[in-house]
Design a protein around this ligand. Sequence first.
Ligand code: NAI
Length: 211
Amino acid sequence: MPNSKEISLAVIRRLPRYYRFLDELKQQNIYKTSSKELSEKIGLTASQIRQDLNCFGGFGQQGYGYNVDELYDEIGKILGLDQQTEAILIGAGNLGRAVTNHMDFVNRGFKLTGIFDQNPELVGQSIKGIEIMNTSQLGAFFYNNKPKVAILCIPKTVAPAISQSLIDLGVKGFWNFSHCDIVSTNSNIVVENVHLSDSLMTLSYKVSQLK
Ligand code: NAI
């Protein structure tokens, strides 16, 4: 298998789609699939799928297709889903609550171990069994825990300063929902900036092109 740094991000971004679809097949007790079937369900060409999966050494067998369980497990490993990376969430407002309540972190490779907010009224409350702590407790928390990832659900005005202090404490990755793109120039800090509005505007474009 090539080093993951050699795999293009475009390929990596398609893997969760394969993974989701393979999970559906597993739920239906389907043990075998083909690039043709994957292409019909996922909306990519069969040759694109074969090319993507070949990046990792190719899992398929000519004339047989892909073993669903094997492919699912391998893609999970490539995505690091078995690592249970420790994560914390900053900002326990509407979005922070929704993300905590609805995201299946464990099955996506993460373990949420702390939630922080600056609002004293929220401190001491719990979301999904995790007590909200005051952001002033971050230093003490990092003394006892080593979260590698921070999920930011805070206003954009405070995101740059908070992200810098989290980097100083040892955070290496951000899932950033605040409407401010964190641009990392440090190859040891990785960021996924998430903007639902980008997707909505893309839909707006597509709808505007309809005849
Ligand atoms: P909210 O006002 O309900 O929650 C924000 C929380 O952040 C509050 O609990 C507040 O006390 C806390 N906070 C503010 N400054 C802080 C600091 N310095 N340290 C720790 N906590 C702090 O807002 P909501 O609706 O949860 O949205 C949060 C952010 O996410 C907003 O900036 C919003 O624009 C953005 N957003 C982004 C979306 C996306 O697709 N990326 C979608 C929806 C919201």
